[in-house]
Design a protein around this ligand. Structure first.
Ligand code: WT7
Length: 599
């Protein structure tokens, strides 16, 4: 395995940054005969070519705790079979293969087979309900879906008629006849050849499509290309401290970007062993995996760490007293702010501080991190990874970076707050929002990618998260678009309008809260509230549905007619209502409407 140039990796931050060069990193990839790069080839074929076929790629932990090791050679065979199947089904280059799968072996063979065959992977979250699934498959022009019989029958069959372009539904389960218009995957792959020659792939060919949510409109399909694997490798080595011989465990769900970039691609590209846990979260299960699998590097989420922190036993015993965590060398988290308390708890309970890392679906890989060689600054996201330049931009009244005749203004004084921006051009940068060029262009100014996050930077160059500039909700690390929730609620006949915000929550960071304005003559009672909760869960799934519903008599609007979520949030938190100059006025006198809370 050859990873980062600087050895010891990142021991000297300034020096590593100074000598770092993406072009040199690019030369470490296994170049295909045609000069291109293929993400799947990097994860599988290259290890066989370099004689590491018998190294364990995956350790799949079943729900019952049994463990199945899978070598790189086996992964190559099974993903080859899937790649052949795509050819046989006539799925064209660049067409989209959607997955609705949890962490399980077949996810890996599907993803790697698709990438090696030059088709595009689009993962969906298994805790989505039918509505978010239908919307994403429609927007993403799904050609193929790989899922389980159960997920198909519950979530996809009811919306299948909305997906005329979906040609093949491949189900993993063996038992019984497949439902109408579906195929049994195991039967199809069993006889397919065990080797597959990765064809010509340009480094800028589309590899992954990840849907992410914005404040308004439909979810955005962030497009990632094959050469993003370069950033996956480099960042996993320098920010997650991943090295040869490591046993890595990324707990993220493969329906989101972390579960794909670091649950699948990065560890395999670096040729390490990665743990795949099919089970659900539970303190005993998780500590058991860390201990029994001798995990050395662990990448997880703040919400999960807070849940572990809360689950401390009554006798006060530390996890290190009950479980052998001596293999664990490095722990990191992502997706939401990591409160300092968790960093301190990590030191006490795991014997290690937790290292915060920051990135987004759009950035494709870690951009800012607390590195292994540096003391962690609790509460800080860290410093930019080598090859990435980050800046704080002065904001205008709308809370986003001010753009003056095409130019932005960099804030250099320590502690100044502004929008976090990244100098465009790193390999895993998204290359577009599918079918939405204008939405993509509006993310860039003056050569910078504008992240939509508000931050400050201290005198030593460490970044500190302040908040988001928009209304999207981060709940348990998952990004939820309020518009998607509002639209679903408004489909209910009793609902006239809804405004959805994230209400701060000590465990999940935020929970989805809906303010609902009912149609006239509808009675706002406990029964209707229950019905709306069930309606939301049925349509949106448990991960997206509102956890709290409050009936209101009025909702505040901007003059252009949009629900003012910012005001709903301020009222919910008892904060000053701030600038309400764009608030709709009901009376000619111009008095802002502040009666909306329904009290
Ligand atoms: C948003 C991106 C990156 C993979 C998972 C999320 C928030 C991310 C941190 C952090 C505070 C964070 C930001 C960002 N976020 N990491 N370390 N501290 N906030 O990807 O779903 O696209 O969400 O998550 O607001 O913009 P995503």
């Amino acid at each position: 395995m050859n990873v980062l140039p600087a050895d010891p990796v990142m021991a000297d931050y300034e020096r590593t940054r100074a000598v770092f060069d993406w072009r040199r990193e690019r030369s470490r990839l296994a170049e295909l005969p045609d000069g291109g790069v293929n993400m799947g080839y990097e994860c599988v074929d290259r290890h066989l070519r370099e004689g590491h076929g018998e190294h364990v790629a995956l350790r799949c932990v079943a729900r019952d705790g049994s463990v199945r090791p899978v070598t790189y050679a086996r992964l190559a065979q099974d993903s080859s079979r899937f790649a052949h199947l795509l050819d046989a089904l006539g799925v064209g280059p660049g067409e989209r293969v959607f997955t609705l799968l949890g962490r399980r072996y077949e996810l890996f063979t599907t993803v790697l087979g698709t990438l090696r065959a030059g088709r595009v992977v689009c993962p969906l979250f298994t805790a989505f309900g039918p509505e978010p699934i239908a919307l994403r498959m429609e927007l993403g022009d799904a050609t193929v879906l790989v899922t389980t019989r159960e997920s198909y029958e519950r979530k996809v069959a009811p919306i299948r008629s909305r997906l005329p372009r979906l040609r093949h539904v491949l189900l993993l389960d063996l038992d019984g006849d497949p439902p109408a218009d579906t195929l049994a995957l195991p039967a199809l792959t069993a006889s397919a050849p065990k080797t597959y020659d990765v064809g010509p792939t340009a480094s800028a060919d589309l590899a992954l499509l990840h849907f992410t949510s914005g404040t308004t409109g439909t979810p955005k399909g962030a497009m990632h290309v094959h050469e993003a694997v370069l950033a996956h490798r480099v960042t996993a080595a320098c920010a997650l401290d991943l090295r040869e011989g490591d046993v890595f465990w990324c707990t993220a769900d493969p329906g989101w970007v972390t579960g794909m970039s670091y649950g699948v691609v990065a560890p395999l590209a670096l040729g390490v062993t990665t743990v795949v846990d099919e089970g659900d979260f539970g303190p005993a299960r998780w500590y058991g995996i860390l201990s029994d699998q001798h995990v050395t590097v662990w990448y997880t989420a703040p919400t999960a760490l807070r849940m572990l922190m809360r689950a401390a036993p009554r006798d006060g015993a530390l996890p290190t007293e009950r479980y052998d965590l001596s293999s664990l060398r490095f722990a990191a988290s992502v997706g939401e702010p990591l409160n300092p308390e968790v960093v301190h708890w990590g030191r006490r309970a795991l014997g290690l501080p937790v290292h915060d890392t920051w990135w987004q679906t759009e950035t494709g890989a870690i951009m800012i991190a607390n590195f292994a060689a540096d003391p962690v600054r609790p509460g800080s996201m860290g410093r930019p990874v080598p090859g990435v330049e980050a800046a704080v931009l002065a904001c205008g009244e709308d809370g986003r970076a001010a753009i003056d005749e095409g130019h932005v203004r960099l804030l250099r004084q320590p502690g100044a707050q502004g929008e976090l921006a990244l100098r465009a051009g790193w390999p895993s940068m998204f290359r577009g929002y599918l079918h939405e060029p204008r939405r993509y262009e509006s993310c860039f100014a003056d050569g910078w990618y504008l992240t939509g996050d508000l931050v400050s930077r201290d005198a030593d160059g460490w970044f500190w998260f302040v908040g988001r500039a928009d209304d999207v909700i981060k709940s348990a690390g998952h990004l939820i678009g309020p518009f998607e929730v509002e639209s679903a609620l408004m489909e209910h006949p009793a609902v006239a309008e809804a405004g959805v915000i994230g209400r701060p929550d000590p465990l999940a960071g935020a929970i989805v809260k809906a303010f609902v304005l009912l149609r006239p003559d509808v009675h706002a009672g406990a029964e209707l509230r229950r019905e709306l909760h069930a309606f939301g869960r049925r349509r949106l799934g448990p991960a997206v549905a509102p956890r709290e519903i409050e009936f209101v008599e009025d909702l505040p609007h901007t003059r252009s007619g949009k629900v003012m979520r910012r005001l709903l949030r301020a009222r919910e938190l008892g904060l000053p209502e701030g600038d309400v100059s764009t608030l709709e006025t009901r009376e000619p006198s111009g008095t802002p409407d502040t009666t909306a809370k329904g009290s």
